[in-house]
Design a binder for this molecule. Sequence first.
Ligand code: DAT
Ligand code: MG
Length: 148
Amino acid sequence: MEQSFIMIKPDGVQRGLVGEIIARFERKGFTLKGLKLVSVERSFAERHYSDLSAKPFFNGLVEYIISGPVVAMVWEGKNVVVTGRKIIGATNPADSAPGTIRGDFAIDIGRNVIHGSDSVESARKEVALWFPEGTVGWQTSLHPWIYE
Ligand code: DAT
Ligand code: MG
């Protein structure tokens, strides 16, 4: 089953949005397979965002991610990467639809509350980077009530 790496960024943690965000993924029907509160080092944040290292906003982005603890999660389910991005909303909260996490809880692009993998391939890399210890192997008993 497909997995996505979802991270509540430091602003989301500071603003008390952890429960709200987890609830949205839970209620959708996705399954939580990994969860931890972590403060990451600069070099780790740079690795996570290595694809963006040439961007002018890269340093500010890294500073933001290391500015406080983040909640790192792995969510599993059918099409969770694409659907997770829809739940999260557009990168710039000014363009995120109401009803999405960024649309409901964010204003500035540099304080957009949450990260979600943008492809199945990057999800695989991000899950491996953030959860080298592995994720939790369990199956929800709700499966037949969520999938036909
Ligand atoms: P996303 O987080 O939606 O996958 P991304 O991978 O393109 O977006 O960029 C990672 C983060 O970098 C994004 O959540 C916020 C920041 N960012 C992206 N584009 C930016 C820009 N033009 N100015 C400032 N920050 C930006
Ligand atoms: Mg991205």
